[in-house]
Design a binder for this molecule. Structure first.
Ligand SMILES: Cc1cc2nc3c(=O)[nH]c(=O)nc-3n(C[C@H](O)[C@H](O)[C@H](O)COP(=O)(O)OP(=O)(O)OC[C@H]3O[C@@H](n4cnc5c(N)ncnc54)[C@H](O)[C@@H]3O)c2cc1C
Length: 533
C-alpha cells in the first residue's frame, strides 16, 4: 500500500452483530481491532431508536433473540457483565388463526401442551416428545451449528449420541418440508401452524424442502429459552458488544463506509473508505457485509477466480420486507386474550393460507393475505414505552423487484393495520403514530439489507453449509488470503447468534497463528480445486 492513514491488526467492515462478535474475539486474542461502520451508529440490524415520539423505543429491525440466548458464541462473551439483561413476555409466541383461535407456546411446557391439545388431544404429548428429543441433543446440535465447517467433532458426537436409527431420522427431518413434517407429527392445526409459521422466519414456505428443521428449531428454542428481548431495546445488545470491545482496546468508527478492499498478489492488505482514507490491516480484513457486496463491490471481480464470480452471480437473496412500527396508546386489544401475553404473534393464516402466501412470493406477486409477524415490545419489556402504552411492529415479506413508492407503502401499511384490526377491534384507534419501512427504506438504513432481505441470502438447502454463500468450503475463508467473510451470508446464516462472526475470527486467528502458512496453503489448494476451470 502506497499511502496509509491508519493501521490495525484487523479491520472489520461493518458493526453488525457478526462484525462486533468477530472484533471482540480478535480483541480477546490481543489484536488491535478497528471496526468501520457506514451508518451513524453501530449495531447493523440490531438497533433501537425513538422513531415516532420521545419515550417510545422501537427496534428498527430485529427484535426477538432466541438464537442469541441459546448461542454458545454469545454466551461466551458474558455480555451480562456489560449491561445486557434479557426480558420475557408472559408467553413466547401465539399463532392466531383466521377464526381467532390461538396456538400458544409458553415457557411452561404444560401450558404449551394444553394449548396444542385444544387442536388435537394427542398434540400436547407429541410436542413434549419433540421437546424431549430436542433436549437430548440440544448442546451437541448447537455446538455443531456454531463450529466452523466442517464440524467434524461435534457432528460425530451428535450422531454418536443419537445412534444410527435416530440419526437417520433426524437427517430425514432436516430435508423435509414443514407441512409434511407437521402432518406426520401432529393431528391438529395448532402445532402444524407453529412449525410452518416459524419456518417462514426464513424465506422457506411450508412446502419447501428444508423448512421443517427451521420451524422445529425455532419452536424448540421458544420452548427452551423463549423469545427474549434485551431490556431497553435491541440496541442494548449491540451496546454491550461495543462496550466489551472498547474495554479491550477495540474501536468502532461510525459514518465510515468502506468502498474497497485493497489487495495485492491475492492477499488483502487493508481497506479504503469513502473519504479516501486508507487503513492498513496487518493481519486480516473481516467483512460483515453480504457476499455479493464484499466480492463484487468491495473486492472487484478482476481479483477473483472467474468460476467463483459466476457462482456469485447465481447467489439467491431472500425475500424483500415491509415493516411498520407503531407507538400505541395502549396494548393491542386482541379479541382472543391468549394473544395478549405473547411477545411475538403470527397472524392470521391457516395452513393453506401460509402455502398461498409462500406461493405468491415465489410467483413474484405481492401476497393478498400476507403472514404478519407482530412484536408486542412493551408486553415483553415494559421499559420500551410509557406506562400503559405499547410499542409494537409488524413485518411481512414481499417479492423482490417491486417498486415501493411512498403511496404504495402507505397503502400496504393500511392493509397490515386492517389485518391486525380484524383480530383486535379498536387497534387502529390506539395508533398514536406509525413508521413504515419498505425495501428501500430498510436498505437505506442498513446497506446490508439489500432490498430488505433479512437473512443476507436464501436459507434454501442449495445455499446452506458448503453451498453458502456459493459452492465452496462453507468457511469464512475467501479466495483472497487474509480476507474473511464474517456476515450472515456465511454459514450458519441469518439471525443474531454471532456464528459467522465467530467463524471468521477463528479463521483469521488460525491464518495468523504459527501454522498460518500451512493453513493458507491448504485453503488455497482447496479453493483451487473448487474454482479451477
Ligand atoms: C426487519 C428485520 C427483522 C429481523 N428480525 C430478527 C429477529 O427478530 N431475530 C433475529 O435473530 N434476527 C432477526 N433479523 C435478522 C438479523 O437482524 C440479521 O441476520 C443480523 O443482523 C445479521 O447480522 P450481520 O452482522 O451479519 O449484518 P447486519 O446486522 O446487517 O450488519 C451489517 C453492518 O454492516 C454495515 N455495512 C454495510 N456495508 C458497509 C460498508 N461498505 N462499509 C461499512 N459498513 C458497512 C451496515 O451498515 C451494518 O451496520 C431481522 C432482520 C430484519 C431486517
Amino acid at each position: 500500500m502506497e499511502r496509509v492513514d491508519e493501521t490495525a491488526d484487523a479491520v472489520v467492515i461493518g458493526a453488525g452483530p457478526n462484525g462486533l462478535v468477530a472484533a471482540n474475539l480478535l480483541a480477546d486474542a490481543g489484536w488491535a481491532v478497528l471496526v468501520l461502520e457506514a451508518a451513524g451508529s453501530p449495531g447493523g440490524a440490531v438497533r433501537t431508536a425513538e422513531l415516532i415520539e420521545p419515550g417510545f423505543h422501537h427496534d428498527v429491525f430485529s427484535a426477538f433473540y432466541p438464537l442469541a440466548a441459546a448461542s454458545p458464541v454469545i454466551a461466551g462473551l458474558r455480555l451480562e457483565e456489560h449491561g445486557l439483561r434479557w426480558r420475557h413476555a408472559p408467553s413466547v409466541l401465539a399463532h392466531v388463526l383466521p377464526d381467532d383461535r390461538c396456538a400458544v407456546v409458553s415457557r411452561s411446557l404444560e401450558d404449551t401442551m394444553a394449548s396444542l391439545a385444544e387442536f388435537d388431544p394427542a398434540d400436547g404429548r407429541a410436542w413434549a416428545e419433540e421437546f424431549a428429543a430436542w433436549s437430548a441433543i440440544r448442546d451437541r446440535l448447537l455446538d455443531a451449528l456454531f463450529t466452523p465447517f466442517p464440524p467434524v467433532r461435534s457432528a460425530a458426537g451428535l450422531f454418536r449420541a443419537l445412534g444410527v436409527a435416530d440419526g437417520l431420522r433426524l437427517a430425514r427431518m432436516v430435508t423435509m418440508p414443514a407441512r409434511a413434517f407437521g402432518r406426520e407429527r401432529f393431528g391438529g392445526d395448532g402445532a402444524r401452524l407453529l412449525l410452518a409459521g416459524n419456518a417462514l422466519h426464513t424465506d422457506l414456505g411450508p412446502g419447501h424442502a428444508g423448512s421443517a428443521v427451521f420451524g422445529w428449531l425455532l419452536c424448540m428454542l421458544g420452548q427452551d429459552v423463549g423469545f427474549p428481548v434485551p431490556e431497553g431495546g435491541a440496541g442494548r445488545l449491540s451496546g454491550a458488544l461495543v462496550e466489551r470491545l472498547a474495554a479491550r482496546g477495540g474501536r468502532v468508527a461510525c459514518g465510515r463506509e468502506v468502498t474497497g478492499v485493497l489487495t495485492a498478489r491475492g492477499r488483502a492488505l487493508g481497506v479504503a473508505d469513502a473519504s479516501g482514507a486508507r487503513v492498513r490491516a496487518r493481519r486480516a480484513v473481516l467483512a460483515d457485509v453480504p457476499a455479493p457486496t464484499l466480492y463484487l463491490r468491495l473486492v472487484g471481480e478482476d481479483a477473483l477466480p472467474s468460476r467463483f464470480v459466476t457462482d456469485l452471480r447465481r447467489f439467491q437473496w431472500d425475500d424483500a420486507t415491509v415493516k411498520v412500527d407503531w407507538a400505541l396508546s395502549g396494548p393491542i386489544p386482541w379479541s382472543n386474550p391468549q394473544a395478549a401475553g405473547a411477545g411475538t404473534v403470527h397472524l392470521d393464516n391457516d395452513l393453506p393460507g401460509l402455502s398461498r402466501y409462500s406461493a405468491e412470493l415465489a410467483a413474484g406477486s405481492v401476497p393478498e393475505q400476507p403472514m404478519l409477524v407482530v412484536g408486542q415490545m412493551s408486553t415483553a419489556d415494559p421499559t420500551r414505552s410509557p406506562e400503559g402504552t405499547e410499542t409494537a411492529w409488524a413485518y411481512t415479506h414481499v417479492p423482490r423487484g417491486h417498486a415501493w413508492d411512498p403511496d404504495r407503502l402507505r397503502r400496504y401499511a393500511d392493509r397490515i393495520e386492517a389485518i391486525v384490526e380484524r383480530h383486535a377491534p379498536g387497534f387502529r384507534s390506539r395508533i398514536r403514530g406509525r413508521y413504515p419501512q419498505g425495501p428501500r427504506e430498510l436498505e437505506r438504513a442498513n446497506p446490508s439489507l439489500v432490498e430488505g432481505a433479512v437473512n443476507a441470502g436464501s436459507a434454501a438447502m442449495h445455499q446452506q453449509l458448503v453451498f453458502r454463500p456459493v459452492p465452496g468450503l462453507g468457511r469464512a475463508d475467501t479466495p483472497i488470503d487474509r480476507l474473511f467473510l464474517a456476515g450472515a451470508s456465511a454459514h450458519p446464516g441469518g439471525a443474531v447468534h454471532g456464528g459467522p462472526g465467530a467463524n471468521a475470527a477463528r479463521a483469521a486467528l488460525a491464518r495468523a497463528g504459527p501454522a498460518g502458512p500451512l493453513y493458507a496453503g491448504l485453503i488455497r489448494r482447496l479453493h483451487d480445486a473448487v474454482y479451477a476451470r
